[in-house]
Design a protein. Structure first.
Length: 327
């Protein structure tokens, strides 16, 4: 069952960092399915080349050359969509770069530049797009997180922190946007695009070996076109989900989530020694539930300690039991 075609006729999509790699793939696919596309990139030739490719294929696109990393830059990117096409229905926050180093060696510039582009940049482009969407019946926003952020990756503390932060941002945009028809989801993509290949070695030799060994079997499948379908789906008018995180790459599509494990309820307070004694229970993710918001998590704790007031309305996109391990 494949359902009806996902089309974007009459709609406008903004893709940041769309001059290369994954962003280029999203821009081309969205244009092919009828969207007018704003192709942002900080490298002018990249953005204009993708605009030309879309035009050659009969699509509509304009370049927005500049950085996502400032409020002014984000404003210009969204204003480009409004000036050229009069609306913004889809935003894919994708722009990014790497500045890897051992945690102890990261410079202030390494930290700030990566947080600025990935995390602050997503704030600065999303805010003006979100405001317009809220005033005009809604829209769809995709944030680009990473397995490095949610699962950890040595030499990538700056990148991982930014990418984990994007999930926090996505959670709140999904919660606040629900009343306005705005849906927001995040992805953890995998594709060989060359990101980080123009700088110093991205990992120390032992981690590089481990990374190469882990990626090795997947290499033939680590293509951009195996990631694009999820982003097109999440960008679609009928996308039914919000506040989700999905891993996507090499033909594999799967939800990623943060779960609250059943844990241990202390009979009356707890000593540090009792925590030590019950660590196995506290630490066991089996049977975790996935709260849809901070308040859902609080209600789950109240239920577990016997102070639940019933199952009250969930204010999150979802709150339910995970059937497998929490993480
Ligand atoms: N490739 C992967 O396996 C992978 C894995 C996890 C996450 N990601 C994320 O996916 C996104 C795209 O990665 P990619 O692999 O396609 O990389 P890429 O290097 O091929 O493309 C990224 C594009 O972003 C642009 N860019 C960089 N800084 C910018 C800025 N300040 N403003 C506007 N544009 C800027 C670059 O010029 C480049 O064209 C990034 O956010 C990356 O962190 C990629």
């Amino acid at each position: 069952m494949t359902g009806s075609a996902i089309r974007f006729d009459g709609e406008v999509a903004v893709v940041t960092g769309a001059g290369h790699g994954l962003g280029r793939g999203y821009a081309l696919a969205l244009a092919e399915r009828g969207a007018a596309v704003v192709v942002n990139d900080v490298v002018a030739e990249r953005a204009t080349a993708v605009v030309a490719e879309i035009a050659d294929l009969g699509g509509a696109a304009v370049a927005a050359v500049g950085t996502v990393a400032t409020a002014a830059g984000g404003g210009v990117i969204v204003q480009t969509a409004l000036d050229a096409f009069g609306r913004v229905d889809v935003l894919v926050n994708n722009a990014g770069q790497l500045r890897n180093a051992a945690f102890g060696d990261l410079t202030e510039a390494d930290v700030r530049e990566v947080l600025d582009v990935h995390l602050a940049g997503a704030f600065f482009v999303t805010q003006p797009a979100y405001r317009w969407m809220c005033d005009h019946g809604g829209g769809r926003i995709v944030f680009t997180s990473s397995s490095a952020g949610l699962f950890g990756s040595p030499w990538q503390a700056n990148y991982a922190a930014a990418k984990a932060g994007l999930v926090g941002l996505c959670n709140v945009v999904a919660l606040e946007g629900a009343a306005h028809g705005v849906r927001a989801n995040a992805i953890l993509p995998m594709a060989l695009t060359g990101i980080g290949h123009d700088g110093p070695p991205p990992f120390p030799p032992d981690v590089l070996r481990d990374t190469a060994a882990a990626l090795g079997p997947l290499v033939p499948d680590l293509t951009v076109d195996r990631v694009v379908p999820l982003v097109v789906f999440l960008a679609g008018r009928e996308c039914p989900v919000t506040g989700r995180v999905f891993s996507v790459g090499a033909g594999h599509f799967a939800r990623v989530f943060v779960g609250l494990a059943p844990g241990w309820v202390a009979p009356e307070g707890a000593t540090p020694e009792a925590v030590a004694a019950r660590l196995a229970e506290i630490d066991d993710p089996a049977g975790a539930e996935i709260p849809g918001s901070m308040n859902d998590a609080t209600r789950a704790v109240a239920r577990r300690i016997g102070r639940g007031l019933g199952d009250g309305p969930s204010d999150g996109p979802e709150s339910r039991s995970a059937t497998s391990e929490g993480r």
